[in-house]
Design a protein. Structure first.
Length: 658
């Protein structure tokens, strides 16, 4: 039946029975359109292009830049799974069917505000894909859709409740972070713990140290502060102190300078150097401090920054975002503030907009107008500041950045020592843990567990082999890292660092289960980068560590997220990692329709080995072939380069003899 005829039939047959949960409604849709919808269909529909795979001739999703030979319409269910409801020979036919299903979902909506929003989205899509639509038509459709979505949001009591809960959680988290950042840790001998506790000291279980809470009298704890300082100098191990063994030598703090642009040559002649990252001058190693003293940042520390100028800039940015200023707004205290926006009833302490502004270092802020969707990241440009004031702001910002970086580095170093000590209380995995059994994995060297064999502990290292964190995986698969630890650029080598150094190629995947499955297939060490965002950083670090090894990125293919949110983080970050290292990207290829029907459950090579009909044989064929081909390509390229160098060297020798 044609789609247009189906719409007419549905309009006349469904009547008042428009509840999506109603079996009668779903049956009507299936009978008229001849499609199969899941009872938990969310109303979300997408279209995907398909091509014939050159590997095994299977029908797979068309990669970017490749013209599809056919199209399919995919419906998303409440559990994240998807199912194909229709196939089409052209994109227009597929889009027409998808539009019909969206229209059905809109009419099935019982909330009038949400129904209006869904209809407005359908209208905007139709205008956008109409070749005769003008820019004005598209702009009007967009405005209608935004207004409908705003009304649906304002009248959704459950959503407003969740937003309120989220804001409270954010405020609580900010308070906790502020409290943690202001903690002063002290070293208290065990015999004096009761005395320190009586003075107000508190115990931090995470850091395994006593600390002075914010607001307490520091003078009362001077004795313990001195002990902590002495322990840091002498390298004594113990509660509250840092051991000298294996401790990195801290680089000296830079003395930033408030140098106006017109005076830069004078400062440079006196030994000042330019920090590109901080965009500020600082005293170099051969600096003449007597000549640089007039630009020292401590000349203006403690003075109040010219707050009114940045505040006026921020106020202008708020107005441009459609916010209505009154009273004390903007309040630039680093906290979240609600504000009224244009087109709604004025309120002093509420509204559809919010902002966060601060004057710490280089003034900056964030603005969001929930009614229009306008989002602004603001940074003061100092239009009204003179050169000296601008230089002072840059120096102050650089100093704050350095202090925060030092504080974070110190915190991460302490946590690294703690997680390293924790390894002594663990045991190697001899029998698969519950997580490993669920993923079909065998124990690999380097992974630990507790005495009961319940939790899986996966150490995270940098390229130099230093452990910075540990990933804890519970028996139900829930994962977390040591709180406050460094994960960026860290990874787990399946089989150990020594085995990785001997491996013929760097095979890097996202999760531990995927990397472990690859190691079992390849019979050599692989790498788990833990998540897609970390993948490019890990690939670069290991490529620099082992420049002679070919690189293979075994990426995830997040088709469920692509269908739901329009982007595929697993594939995108894997592509980035491959491009940065000159490596090869490999994505798993599943049996026909497996990803189409259950995209959320078929994303990586572990899924290929344990869930796909292709099984471990499919994993072996795909990954072994890809890695072997990349090793061969790398060796051939190396040989060609060596021959070119030898030929060039021979030519130079001939010229010299002649």
């Amino acid at each position: 039946m044609a789609v247009a005829d189906a719409r007419k039939a549905l309009n006349g047959s469904v009547g008042a029975e428009r509840d999506m949960a109603s079996a009668a409604f779903l049956q009507t849709v299936e009978d008229v359109l001849e499609v199969d919808l899941h009872p938990d269909w969310t109303g979300e529909v997408s279209i995907l292009g398909e091509v014939v795979s050159p590997v095994d001739g299977a029908i797979v999703l068309a990669p970017p830049g490749v013209e599809p030979i056919s199209w399919k319409v995919v419906a998303t269910n409440a559990d994240g799974s998807t199912n194909t409801v229709d196939y089409a020979e052209s994109e227009d036919d597929a889009r027409d069917m998808a539009g019909t299903l969206k229209l059905i979902d809109a009419y099935a909506e019982t909330n009038e505000y949400e129904k209006a929003a869904k209809l407005a989205r359908i209208y905007e899509e139709s205008v956008q894909h109409n070749p005769e639509s003008t820019r004005e038509d598209i702009a009007v459709a967009r405005a209608i859709r935004k207004d409908a979505e705003f009304n649906a949001t304002r009248n959704d009591a459950d959503l407003q409740r969740r937003i309120s809960e989220q804001e409270k959680a954010l405020t609580q988290t900010a308070t906790e972070l502020s409290d943690q950042a202001n903690r002063v840790y002290i070293q208290v001998p065990y015999s004096e713990k009761d005395q320190a506790k009586a003075l107000g000291a508190r115990w931090d279980r995470q850091e395994q140290s006593w600390y002075v809470p914010p607001g307490a009298d520091l003078a009362s704890f001077s004795k313990y502060a001195q002990q902590a300082a002495k322990s840091g100098r002498d390298g004594e191990n113990g509660q509250g102190g840092e051991g000298s063994e294996g401790r990195e030598v801290d680089a000296p703090a830079r003395q930033y300078l408030a140098v106006p642009y017109a005076e830069r040559h004078q400062a440079k002649a006196a030994g000042a150097e330019w920090d590109k990252g901080a965009q500020c001058w600082y005293a170099g190693q051969a600096a003449d401090m007597s000549r640089l003293s007039k630009w020292k940042s401590d000349q203006f520390q403690g003075q109040q920054d010219p707050a009114m100028q940045p505040k006026e800039e921020f106020a202008q940015a708020l107005r441009q975002a459609g916010c209505v200023l009154s009273g004390e707004h903007p309040v630039m205290d680093g906290k979240k503030h609600r504000i009224t926006v244009e087109g709604e009833k004025f309120s002093e302490h509420s509204g559809s907009g919010f902002y966060v502004g601060h004057l710490d270092g280089h003034p900056a802020g964030y603005i969001k107008n929930n009614k229009t969707g306008v989002e602004t990241h603001w940074k003061s440009k100092g239009y009204t500041l003179d050169p000296q004031q601008k230089a002072e702001l840059r120096a102050s910002a650089a100093l704050k950045l350095q202090e925060r970086g030092d504080q974070l580095a110190s915190q991460q170093a302490q946590i690294a020592e703690r997680v390293t000590r924790q390894m002594a209380d663990l045991v190697p995995v001899e029998r698969p843990t519950a997580y490993m059994r669920a993923k079909g994995l065998q124990p690999q060297p380097g992974v630990m567990t507790d005495r009961g064999g319940e939790t899986t502990y996966v150490p995270a290292y940098d390229a130099d082999g230093k452990q910075w964190s540990t990933q804890y995986i519970r028996d139900d698969g829930a994962k977390r890292f040591a709180k406050g630890s460094r994960k960026t650029g860290c990874f787990h080598p399946v089989g150990g660092m020594e085995a990785l150094a001997k491996a013929p190629a760097l095979v890097i995947a996202e999760g531990y289960a995927t990397a472990c499955s690859l190691a079992e297939s390849l019979k050599h060490a692989t790498v788990a980068a833990f998540d897609s965002g970390n993948l490019p950083l890990v690939a670069q670090a290991l490529h620099a560590k082992f420049p002679g090894k070919p690189v293979v990125i075994a990426g995830d293919n997040d088709l469920a997220q692509q269908a739901a949110r329009g982007h595929n983080p697993g594939r995108e970050k894997a592509q980035e990692a491959a491009q940065l290292t000159g490596g090869k990207l490999v994505l798993p290829i599943f049996a026909p329709d497996e990803q189409a029907k259950h995209a959320a459950n078929f994303t990586d090579f572990n899924d290929l080995a344990t869930k796909s009909a292709l099984g471990r044989d499919g994993l072996d064929r795909q990954i072994r072939t890809a890695v072997a081909a990349e090793i061969e390509r790398h060796e051939k390229k190396t040989q060609e380069l060596t021959q070119e160098l030898q030929q060039g060297h021979g030519q130079r020798r001939s010229i010299k003899v002649a």
